[in-house]
Design a protein around this ligand. Structure first.
Ligand code: F6R
Length: 269
């Protein structure tokens, strides 16, 4: 895993956005996997800026979102479809060709989840997946104990996730208890993964995910098995990493020497 540490949230967001933009320029019909939550908002703002000021063209791009609360209609102002419209799609100069967010009102949940997986496969698979990390180490809504072989399915949210996400609702009681989520194995099939984390509150779980054992108790740790994952962190989120200085040294060396695929981040500086 490449660990890219930036001084602050803005720098981290710009660096991650540059990697997404680079893909969209090289492969205009690429498939992006997208996340919601506070963390990727800066990345989405930067993509909107690049679309409006630099002509970054999303018109042939397909997107799939990681997850959605179960039981919320697409118009609900806390559902993830609404979040994506407000924080990315509506702002872009050219809207992506196709955008998919799991349907929180799906009735035949198992059938729907299988069709979401099929739609990802039929699109050619996800080229780049954007991810945040939950306080309990989840990626998407793969809560502790989720099988590392899990696929898209209905899950029960943990109390920690409900409390964390209650900041967006009138009260914790209003947070849905279930969600539809891509599985860990679905995520690991993406060709490239970008894990974003910012703030001191995430530092402990970031260390567990990046430097701890691979475990279903911290599903983000499964990214250690993925051959092309970048973790974009701000200094606060990176605070407890034991090898922090080494990760910085690695990025500096790649930046200075620009070797092969490894030069990708350097090129975006
Ligand atoms: C959202 C998602 C979640 C969030 C995670 C972090 O689509 O999949 O895993 O990425 O809960 O949320 P924030 O960024 O709000 O801390």
């Amino acid at each position: 895993m490449r660990v890219v540490i930036e001084p602050d949230y803005e720098g981290m967001s710009r660096k991650a956005a540059a990697m997404v933009a680079d893909l969209v320029r090289r492969k205009p019909d690429c498939v992006l996997g997208l996340a919601t939550g506070s963390t990727p908002i800066g990345l989405y703002k930067e993509l909107i800026r690049l679309s409006r000021e630099d002509g970054l063209d999303f018109s042939r791009v397909t997107t799939f979102n990681l997850d959605e609360y179960h039981g919320l209609a697409p118009e609900h102002d806390q559902c993830y479809r609404y979040f994506m419209e407000k924080n990315l799609f509506e702002g872009l100069k050219t809207r992506p060709k196709r955008t998919s967010v799991p349907d929180g009102l799906a009735r035949d949940v198992d059938g729907y989840c299988a069709s979401y997986e099929k739609a990802i496969k039929d699109s050619g698979g996800i080229d780049l997946q954007v991810l945040g990390i939950g306080g309990d180490g989840h990626i998407a809504f793969n809560e502790p104990g989720s099988s590392l072989g899990s696929r898209t399915r209905l899950v029960v949210l943990t109390e920690e996730t409900i409390t964390d996400n209650s900041r967006f609702f009138a009260s914790a009681d209003d947070v849905p208890r279930f969600a539809l989520t891509m599985g860990v194995a679905t995520i690991l099939e993406a060709r490239k993964c970008l894990l974003l984390a910012s703030g001191i509150k995430k530092s402990k779980v970031v260390r567990e995910a990046i430097e701890g054992p691979v475990t279903s108790q911290i599903t983000a740790s499964a990214l250690q098995l993925h051959p092309d994952t970048f973790a974009f962190l701000d200094e606060d989120a990176a605070d407890l990493l034991e090898l922090k200085d080494y990760y910085k040294h690695v990025e500096k060396m790649y930046g200075e020497h620009g070797v092969g695929r490894r030069a990708a981040v350097a090129a975006t500086r």
